[in-house]
Design a protein around this ligand. Structure first.
Ligand SMILES: [Zn+2]
Length: 316
């Protein structure tokens, strides 16, 4: 839960967007769960057996204006802290709305909220937030898991939580080291002592779930993302017409807005705007392209594409 002690964050100078390493990129590809240890977790088995696919990450920059870098610098997080909201029934959207409105009064903010249906990233993860005391805040990306009321919703929510975690490790070129590059708020309290919170351990246990089982799930997504193996059963069958540029990175930029629209294609091959978007001025992994009406579209997730108007492609 979140009602943390107040502390004063160091405010970094207003520096421009952080640079990314050449090999570092974002990815919104949905990945299938492979070879989850069946014996260790009924929830992880449920995710596998029901072919639950994590949702992509929705980037919507929120209202938090205290832009500060991590102790190693802007764009240099050291991992991800896993929280839980302790607010039954509140969705990711509910929580984002609340924290965007109240952070200055409650002195708390995190990067992302996740429930069974969406993953909302509300603060650029190149910068720190106020979620777990000064030591962890200077090191970690922080995500809050929302409470749900059914096993199916819980399984979907932890799949989304684990996928976000894995994708952030990959984005920042971090190893997956359970307890070090990924830890619970409970671990933060034990390791650094700045807070006494124990989430999400108690909530996990209500579902017969544990951090170790969560780590298994993060590891699966992490390996899939690192290996670049997209084995999702909805990944095949995409029609590619002409001039496929193949694998590479697209740098996306919308000079007229803060987000970059993405497109989906209907069965007739015509594009329309997706209800999701990419953060402005960010690099994304792409595995293929297609052409429509003189424009090249680069695939950034299983069914989502960004038009060349907003994208600069570099082959890999
Ligand atoms: Zn917490």
């Amino acid at each position: 839960m979140f009602r943390h002690k107040k502390f004063i964050a160091k405010i970094a100078a207003a520096t421009a967007i952080a640079t990314f390493g050449f090999a570092t990129y974002n990815s919104v590809s949905t990945q299938s769960v492979q070879e989850v240890q069946a014996a260790t977790s009924a929830i992880n088995t449920y995710i596998t057996n029901n072919n639950i696919q994590p949702v992509g990450i929705t980037n919507e920059e929120g209202t938090f204006t205290r832009m500060f870098g991590y102790r190693n610098g802007i764009g240099k997080p050291e991992g991800v802290v896993i929280h839980e909201t302790a607010t039954p029934g509140a969705t990711a959207r509910n929580e984002a709305t609340y924290f965007n409105r109240e952070w200055m009064n409650i002195s708390t903010y995190v990067h992302a909220f996740v429930d069974d249906k969406e993953t909302l990233n509300i603060h650029n993860t190149d910068y720190g937030v106020w979620g777990a005391g000064p030591t962890a805040n200077a090191r970690y990306i922080q995500i809050e898991l929302c409470e749900v009321s059914t096993t199916d919703a819980f399984a979907r929510s932890v799949a989304n939580d684990a996928y976000y975690t894995a994708s952030k490790l990959v984005q920042y070129g971090l190893p997956f080291t359970p307890g070090t590059t990924v830890m619970s708020h409970n671990d933060v309290s034990k390791n650094f002592g700045d807070t006494d919170h124990t989430d999400p351990v108690g909530y996990f246990s209500k579902w017969g779930y544990s951090m170790d089982q969560f780590y298994d799930l993060v590891g699966t997504y992490y390996n899939n993302l690192k290996g670049g193996t997209s084995t999702g059963n909805n990944g095949g069958g995409t029609t590619i017409n002409g001039d496929n540029k193949g694998e590479g990175v697209v740098q996306v930029k919308n000079p007229n807005g803060s987000i970059v629209p993405i497109s989906v294609f209907n069965d007739a091959g015509q594009p329309s705007n997706s209800n999701r978007a990419l953060a402005n001025n960010t690099p994304w992994y792409t595995d293929q392209s297609r052409v429509y009406n003189g424009h090249t579209y680069y695939r950034v997730s299983t069914k989502e594409w960004v038009i060349d108007t907003y994208a600069t492609f570099t082959a890999q």
